[in-house]
Each structure stands twice: as structure tokens, then as C-alpha cells.
Design a protein around this ligand. Sequence first.
Ligand SMILES: [Zn+2]
Length: 381
Amino acid sequence: MSLLEEWLSPFATVNTGFREPNEYILQYSDSPQPQQCVISGGRVESYLTSQTRAVLNVIFDRGAYLPDLGLWLDSRRKRSVGYISHAHMDHVARHQRPILTSGTRVLLKTLLQRSDPCTLEYGETYDTANYSLTLYPAGHCLGSAQVLVRSKVSGQRVLYTGDFKVRPNPTAEPLQSVSCDTLIIESTFGRPEYCFPPQEEVLDSFFETLRGWLNRGETPVVLAYRMGKSQELLHHLLSQGFEVALEESAYVVTQSYQEAGVEFPGPFRSFDGTFREGEVLLFPPGKGTRAALERLKGRRMVAMSGWAVHNGARYRLGVDEAFPFSDHADYSELVDYVKLVNPKQVYTINGFPDLASHLKAQGYQAEHLKSGQASVQLKLL
Ligand SMILES: [Zn+2]
């Protein structure tokens, strides 16, 4: 029997794991929950039960799961109860009882026809026996929300950002920072090369390019995802006096935005296959778009994407111009947000692991969770 086993035997351990030099995870034969303890000089100095330990466990597997609370966040699989941060399809499933904002509910009304949604406004709290959760704006698109989950047993607070945008977005409530103990943050642009220029500069160059094309009698086609970025760019274009026609599915989404109370600073129309001189076309990227626009004479394409920070983006995206415009936070904004929220533990998901490495070097407890991966405590069991 090793010295460690000797130390642990009085505690009827059936499972052990190693965390920090003096910190172990063990499971008592009479307890269903694993326990964390600190051992020093052959004695258990203190132990942290699942009720009192500093951070809640997190599993990331096509969505984030908080096993201590039995709560799924943005699960891609159908759950009995599931929080949906926003209406992009990589965050959505047909949960029996989805928890979401009224804006997200409007955008998902067809998909969630057979669900029994729990709709919350920003700042409103949903209570269960184990936890309460409160939604805060994420600035990403209509209805996008961060969720603060508070364990009623330990008082620990987990903030899950979902996708978020720091820069102004005229079609979404501005991001609100929320302090927490554990932060689960997206890291889509979690690499130092993804630092975007100031948004106003990017938009000015974009408008100038469009005006140049229109003055030469060419037809500008702006490529942007049908939900979120299309409406954001539509708002900017209309406020600059551009005439805009949207691809039909993006137009339908824009009507939902209007239904949810978003106002646009001018008229616009659904593209019916005929181009009117002086118009800018807004289209989602994809094969269908290229086919639909094949016969359009004098077509000039521009992509609006965070990936456009790379010099070769125009060639890779197959467009005439590309501007680094995103509905996500850039690298420096992600780092700044972590500093602002000041968590004890950070988990990065949905992007580059570099952000977690940088945060670790800055002294944060940080870990990147890949799909199918659990947080440190659970991995050891
Ligand atoms: Zn999104």
C-alpha cells in the first residue's frame, strides 16, 4: 500500500484522482457524489464537497452541460429543458422546454412549434429547485443572450456567453458584462491574428467601395449570413442612404426582426430576380447565391467577415473585396471581457485554444474544452 493509499484508506475511497500537488478527488463508498480534498502531512486538511467547491463542473459535448445542476446550454441534441442563447442553428435543438428570449423565440417560431418555451426578458430570472438563471444581452444578433446560472446549493455563478459582440450593433441590445465565478466563453476569434480594425473605419471603406462600384454602373452584391449579419448590414446601409434588396430568405428573417420591434431607417425589398439600377443586393453566401446571380451583369461581390483579416481572404472567399466585419468579439475583446468579468475559472469553447493558453500565461485558471471533453475535475474520475 502506497503512502497515499494509506492516508486515504480511512475514508473508504473507491476512486481517486490527482489534481494539484496536494489536492485529490475521491469518492466515499457511502456518497454518490465525488469529493475534492486537500491532503497535507498525512491528514485531510479540508475537503470541498460538490456543494462547496470553487467551480462547477462543465462538460462540452455538442453544447455545454453543467452536471451539478443538470442544465444544458446550447445543446445541439433535443433535451427536456435546454437554454438557447440565440437563433443561429449551431446553438439550437427542438427542446421540449427551451429557455430563450422573446427575440430568439420570434426567430425560431417555426422550429419550436411543438415546444413549450419559457420566454425570459433580459434581467428576468428563471427559478428551479437547484438553480436560478438570468439572461443578459450579448450584442450578437436579435435576442442573443448570455446566461448567468447561480447554484442554489453553493451560490456559485456560471456565466455562459454564447456568441457575443462588443462593438455597436444597431439591431441587437448592447452587450452587458456580468461578473461570475466560472466563465464559459466562446473563442471563435481566439487567436491574436484576429484583431479587427475599428468598426467605423471598416464600414467607411465598405461604403466607399460600394459607391465606387455603383458610380461605375456595376452591381454590388454583399455576402452576409441571412440571420444577424444581414440585418445589421441592412441597417447600416439604409442609414447611409443606399437602396437595398435582400435575398428572399434574408428578407423573411428581417420581417421577423421587425415583428420583434427592430426598426430599420428606410425601405427595402425582397429580391425577385430583377435588378434595379443603383441598388445594393444583400445575399447569404453559398452555392445557391452564385447560381442565382450568374446572369447578373457587372456583378461585384464583397464579403463581410471576421476571417477577412487575412490578406488572401478575397481569393479564398472568391470575392472582389472582403472587409473584416464580424458579429463576434475579436481576440483583444475576448481577453478584455475575461478581465472585466474576472472569473476564478475560464473555459473556452467553439474556437481556437490559443485564448485559453494566453489566459493561463496571464495567471487565470483557464482551459479550452473541445467537443466531448469535460472540465478538469470530472476528467480525473
Ligand atoms: Zn451565432
